[in-house]
Design a protein around this ligand. Structure first.
Ligand code: AR6
Length: 176
């Protein structure tokens, strides 16, 4: 593996990484949860760039990712990705969630980002169960770091104890 995976607990808006990832929605206009927190802390510059992207390409599809400034955040960039709604009846939710991690990491690589922090995409308002979502996140990031050079650190930032403990078990199982 070229880069390392780390784990943190708390508010992702406080993380000083090259990029933090936002669990956005297709409108890119903000919302609740981590999306609301990022826009509140990052300020208007983020929303202005989201609106410009929306005007150009009509928002962001589920599983895809776009990048903006970090505005007033300690992070330089925000990568906005749209997780699947677990009970959307669409099927393919696991693949769509994996796409969020892969497309965010590809975009990071293309922008020379070396450190990136992810929230637990789709596991709040979008209702994806925490354990399978964490397994997908962990496996997708591990595969990406095995295949690609350039990203030094991927941090999983968990807001609640339950998620933190799930990720800690995954990381311990990996490191032996
Ligand atoms: N820092 C880190 N993690 C957080 C924070 C924070 N400040 N706040 C919440 N979380 P959610 P989703 C965790 O609901 O399920 C929005 O309205 C939270 O505990 O933010 O992908 C968007 O606009 C959970 O583990 O995102 C969309 O409409 C994780 O972040 C919709 O919600 C994701 O929860 C997206 O839903």
């Amino acid at each position: 593996m070229y880069g390392k995976i780390t784990l943190a607990k708390g508010d992702i808006t406080k993380i000083k990484a090259d990029a933090i990832v936002n669990a956005a929605n297709s409108s890119l206009l903000g919302g609740g949860g981590v999306d609301g927190a990022i826009h509140r802390a990052g300020g208007k510059a983020i929303l202005d760039e989201c609106i410009a992207i929306r005007n150009k390409q009509g928002g962001c599809k589920t599983g895809e990712a776009v990048i903006t400034t970090g505005g007033n955040l300690p992070a330089k960039y925000v990568i906005h990705t749209v997780g699947p709604v677990y009970n959307s009846g669409k099927g393919q939710v696991a693949q769509l969630l994996a796409n969020c991690y892969n497309n965010s990491l590809q975009l990071a690589l293309a922008h020379g980002i070396q450190t990136i922090a992810f929230p637990n995409i789709s596991t709040g308002i979008y209702g994806y169960p925490k354990q399978p979502a964490a397994q997908i996140a962990f496996d997708t990031v591990t595969a990406f770091l095995n295949a690609n050079q350039g990203i030094a650190e991927v941090a999983f930032v968990c807001f609640d104890d339950e998620s933190f403990n799930i990720y800690r078990s995954l990381l311990e199982a990996e490191n032996g």
